[in-house]
Design a protein around this ligand. Structure first.
Ligand SMILES: [Zn+2]
Length: 482
């Protein structure tokens, strides 16, 4: 280890505008201190779909979904013909079976779904004999066997054998009631603690001198508030800032905290405010395709099922099971709904993108022909306007409303084999299929749009910067810092 320990604080749903307002009105002194004594990015690009498990997987492996294979909070395993759901909402989770969701979220995500061809920051560090810690993250694959203890209440609900599960994890793992660091730390939430719990776990590590070279700590409560209250909520930021103050106060001074550690503070996804009227807000896919036979969540796939919808709030996967059904037929139906802004699918060796709001179509694929602003190579044909692409002065593709859209869409469309379509809702709207939760007059995320794709990043305690302000560039950056 050549440098000081890196602490990465992932504040779920921390967004640029409310963060800046909270700081400038004196309601977030800790974040203000870190921002003013560090480097600030207001536009770090998240992953796609903009859902926590996909984002954490991208952050920790430095890849998009085509490589890490976590397609979203809800996706369809085309090889096993099985809907995978990590818990998109209580009602849907209940119907799928709580047992299955917890098993999916805590065990299968890390053990089965997260591709073995990619490595997490925890694994890379372990290979170099450098310890690391994960607090409150559902993506935590490492190299150290860890026993997860199931709380009594859940023993009957889950498939834990003898109330225990062995997982490969970082040497230091905190996961709510399943695995905690501070002996008497209490959490109401079963699988991850709230922001106070997360802060107490981190403070415990700092106080006990057990802080490893890299600690990843997720603060989970802001997201829930913003879904209800809308994207401009500031109170949630103030509450989390109080916890950050407590963490900084463990040091003899806040300056000392910067001398001792590198602090990275980031949001994971933004939110798009949702319409106030149900009829306008919610795009009901089951209704849109009512003449077809659609797979039902609560039963196994039937051989006559033609589609599976896996909704991730403002984006949805539409998996096509019926071999006779053409993608273009489905796309034509989707294109009649002006609340949709991007429709994409694989066509031979290309990705084809269309929009109900724009004419024509866009085709693209990886190639050396032209670079984009992140130095990724593409061949692009057709209407660039569909993804709001333009050529900048040095002849590179630049992104507008859909940051890093070519690579992120490519990632989602290659996360699984098989035939499927990716649809994105225009800001203000979200998808629904069966019992997926929706958020009237609140906020939602999931889509490719910049509203939920650009997040803030504060770096304090070092002058080093990532190559590009993108989540997938943080892994290389963090390994460089350590
Ligand atoms: Zn959310």
């Amino acid at each position: 280890m050549k440098n000081k320990p890196v602490i990465l604080l992932n504040i779920d749903s921390l967004m640029t505008y409310p963060l800046e307002i909270a700081i400038q009105t004196g309601r977030a002194p800790a974040l203000q201190f870190l921002k003013e004594n560090g480097t600030y990015f207001n536009n770090m690009v998240s992953s796609f779909p903009t859902m926590s498990v996909t984002i954490d997987s991208s952050l920790l492996t430095g890849t998009y979904a085509d490589q890490h294979h976590i397609s979203g909070l809800s996706w369809f395993d085309t090889s096993k013909k099985e809907i995978v759901n990590y818990g998109t909402g209580f009602r849907e989770t209940f119907r799928l079976g709580t047992r299955r969701s917890i098993h999916n979220m805590l065990y299968r995500l890390n053990n089965e779904h997260l591709s073995s061809n990619v490595s997490t920051i925890f694994e890379e560090l372990a290979n170099r004999d450098i310890p690391s810690a994960s607090i409150n993250s559902f993506v935590y694959r490492g190299n150290t066997p860890k026993k997860l203890k199931v709380p009594g209440l859940f023993k009957t609900l889950t498939h834990f054998k003898d109330g225990e599960w062995i997982m490969e994890a970082p040497p230091v793992l905190s996961l709510g009631a399943f695995s905690k660091l501070k002996p008497l730390n209490f959490t109401f939430q079963v699988a991850a603690g709230n922001n106070k719990y997360a802060a107490r776990e981190l403070i415990y590590l700092i106080r006990k001198n057990r802080l490893p070279a890299f600690a990843f700590c997720t603060f989970q409560d802001l997201d829930f508030r913003i879904h209800l209250k809308g994207p401009l909520d500031i109170k949630g930021i103030t509450r989390i800032d109080k916890q950050l103050q407590k963490i900084l106060n463990v040091y003899s001074s806040w300056d000392e905290a910067l001398r001792k550690n590198i602090w990275l503070i980031m949001g994971d996804n933004g939110h798009s405010a949702t319409h106030t009227k149900y009829k306008e807000s919610v795009i009901d896919l089951v209704k849109l395709f009512k003449q077809y036979r659609i797979a039902k969540l609560e039963r196994p796939i039937h051989r006559k099922d033609q589609f599976v919808f896996c909704v991730n709030q403002r984006m949805s996967y539409i998996y096509i099971l019926d071999a006779m059904l053409e993608e273009t037929k489905i796309v034509d139906r989707l294109k009649r709904d002006k609340r949709i802004d991007v429709i994409a699918w694989k066509e031979e060796n290309w990705i084809r993108v269309e929009s109900p709001l724009k004419h024509g179509s866009l085709h693209y694929r990886p190639s050396e022909e032209v670079l984009d602003e992140y130095d990724q190579g593409w061949k692009v044909r057709g209407e660039m306007d569909i993804l709001d692409l333009r050529m900048n002065r040095d002849g590179k593709i630049a992104y507008g409303d859909f940051p890093d859209a070519l690579a992120r869409l490519y990632g989602a469309l290659h996360a699984q084999p098989g035939r499927f379509i990716v649809v994105n809702a225009k800001p203000g709207h979200e998808f629904k299929a069966q019992l997926t939760p929706y958020h009237l007059s609140g906020a939602a995320h999931g889509s490719l749009h910049r509203q939920e794709s650009l997040v803030p990043l504060i770096i304090a305690g070092t002058n080093e910067k990532p190559v590009f302000p993108r989540m997938i560039d943080l892994k290389e950056y963090i390994l460089r810092l350590i």
